[in-house]
Write a protein that binds this ligand. Sequence first.
Ligand SMILES: *[C@@H]1O[C@H](CO)[C@@H](O)[C@H](O)[C@H]1NC(C)=O
Ligand SMILES: *[C@@H]1O[C@H](CO)[C@@H](O)[C@H](O)[C@H]1NC(C)=O
Ligand SMILES: *[C@@H]1O[C@H](CO)[C@@H](O)[C@H](O)[C@H]1NC(C)=O
Ligand SMILES: *[C@@H]1O[C@H](CO)[C@@H](O)[C@H](O)[C@H]1NC(C)=O
Ligand SMILES: *[C@@H]1O[C@H](CO)[C@@H](O)[C@H](O)[C@H]1NC(C)=O
Ligand SMILES: *[C@@H]1O[C@H](CO)[C@@H](O)[C@H](O)[C@H]1NC(C)=O
Ligand SMILES: *[C@@H]1O[C@H](CO)[C@@H](O)[C@H](O)[C@H]1NC(C)=O
Ligand SMILES: *[C@@H]1O[C@H](CO)[C@@H](O)[C@H](O)[C@H]1NC(C)=O
Ligand SMILES: *[C@@H]1O[C@H](CO)[C@@H](O)[C@H](O)[C@H]1NC(C)=O
Length: 471
Amino acid sequence: MKCLRTCTLLLVCLCTFGLVLQTTFKPQLFTTHGIHRSLTINTYTDLADNENRTGALDHLRPSQKPTKVPAGHPSDWRVNELVASRLEQISNMHRERRVDCAAVIRNNKTAMAEAISVAKNLADTRDKNFNINIHLMNQTQNCSHFLKEYGFITDVLSKEEEEFPIAYSLVAYTDTETALRLLRSIYRVQNVYCIHVDISATSRTMGALTSVVSCLPNAFISSRRVNVQWGHFTVLEAELICLQDLWRHKKWKYFINLTGQEFPLKNNFELVKILKSYKGANDVHGTIKYRRLNRWNFQELPHNLTGIKGWVHVSLSRPFVDFTLHDPRSQDLLDFLKGTWIPDESFFSTLNHNTQLGIPGSFVGLNETEQRVGEKPTFNRYKMWGRNPCAKNTVRDICILSTGDLPRMVASDFLFANKFFLNEDRVVIGCLEERLMNKTRDYYMGRLQFNTSVYENSVIVKNRIRDETGG
Ligand SMILES: *[C@@H]1O[C@H](CO)[C@@H](O)[C@H](O)[C@H]1NC(C)=O
Ligand SMILES: *[C@@H]1O[C@H](CO)[C@@H](O)[C@H](O)[C@H]1NC(C)=O
Ligand SMILES: *[C@@H]1O[C@H](CO)[C@@H](O)[C@H](O)[C@H]1NC(C)=O
Ligand SMILES: *[C@@H]1O[C@H](CO)[C@@H](O)[C@H](O)[C@H]1NC(C)=O
Ligand SMILES: *[C@@H]1O[C@H](CO)[C@@H](O)[C@H](O)[C@H]1NC(C)=O
Ligand SMILES: *[C@@H]1O[C@H](CO)[C@@H](O)[C@H](O)[C@H]1NC(C)=O
Ligand SMILES: *[C@@H]1O[C@H](CO)[C@@H](O)[C@H](O)[C@H]1NC(C)=O
Ligand SMILES: *[C@@H]1O[C@H](CO)[C@@H](O)[C@H](O)[C@H]1NC(C)=O
Ligand SMILES: *[C@@H]1O[C@H](CO)[C@@H](O)[C@H](O)[C@H]1NC(C)=O
């Protein structure tokens, strides 16, 4: 509460400061070539006028029949023309004009070479004086203006998505623009978003993200902020603060954790289909084969738990989050891990692979799976380590994804990709946005189907602990 007030004050100061500096700022967000296109959209519905959006689909007006009714839309599905035209407009807004993204994604060599050179050129010629934080604090003073101009989707697009809200945590530090574009791409009114802004982030970053969040009724800044330091408990702490904050929201079905340098490969329609096809399974990576007992200082874990190491990116069912937050054994594990190195790689993985805990959706037979198929699959992240293919450069052994990675990335079954540096390549995110938005429009119009068979038939779903309802 105290922070909120301080932050608001801060915001006011910074905005005033921003106004003084105003002449040098060129609005150049969200397009690769730095020109902000103005839109005239009449179909926009103001969030503030319509906060209770649960009944939004009831107002759909009959229109032309979609060519094909995708699974997830009821058979009497009608396209609402207002929503359709808004989606078309956002789609146009997100179009990457300088390159042919569709051709790049098909790996057309000519288009690819051109796109890579455009990306390089853009990185070199960005306006260094443009301060996105100040710009955003200004732009968000009028929320309806902001949401409209920045192409946020503020309509419920299907019954199925409406009934399957997703909770997100987003750990942000420096790159406001990437975090914002990520947030925009996953934003839907039925979901919930907790943003943890590192305590050591600048007050401008905090001010900008606070003001963005103030325009989104279902997004908030975490109730507490910590100084996240790689390898330490603080990484996990930031996530747990968000999880606790999110838990108060009763409706969401799955939790996904993100960092500010990631981007979705699937849109909300697809994410809902995928998570539903998990049938309560958690997607938490784990390995026995590659764990090192020194991670736990060669000590026994509490409750005879087997220590498991895994990747930090997770998709968790609500019952799993319940256990994590409220079961005393989870608390004991957490206390034990506080004194260990990189506890965030141990906590969720250990919980998800100790079947004696009986956590719904957790994984049966990790050891056997590893011996049978080499490793346990996970769909959470397209993240290229070590000798995996990488079009450009790696940082600390992780590929920084760029335009040349688009065809591989897009063809994969992963939900999100990690990691991007916007100041090195703006085309890659531009093309991902274009494609996501095209697909959002096409699912809404009933022109596209999504096949979930790879998820439904996955190892993680087949080997899950089912909940009482058999789900
Ligand atoms: C703030 O935004 C308004 C329009 O929304 C614009 O006229 C003004 O120049 C902006 N000020 C700054 C400091 O960017
Ligand atoms: C919100 O919408 C639901 C479903 O349409 C309705 O039952 C409820 O009364 C509404 N609440 C408010 C405050 O309008
Ligand atoms: C998106 O759709 C437009 C047509 O509406 C098309 O020109 C463009 O190539 C599509 N982009 C991708 C990445 O599919
Ligand atoms: C590749 O894309 C270019 C335009 O970007 C087009 O002229 C050419 O026909 C495409 N080639 C193939 C093989 O699709
Ligand atoms: C806020 O923006 C909306 C949409 O652009 C506009 O209609 C409205 O007049 C603006 N309100 C104020 C107070 O500027
Ligand atoms: C751990 O297992 C041993 C034997 O395998 C048992 O004696 C002990 O009580 C167990 N401890 C806990 C905390 O369950
Ligand atoms: C989420 O991501 C961060 C790293 O980005 C990780 O440290 C954390 O433990 C992850 N897991 C959860 C459930 O938050
Ligand atoms: C995994 O399986 C191997 C071979 O069956 C066995 O020796 C080992 O103890 C198992 N590890 C755990 C942690 O269960
Ligand atoms: C979905 O994909 C699977 C495997 O690729 C295929 O066997 C199945 O026929 C597809 N289902 C539909 C409805 O297209």
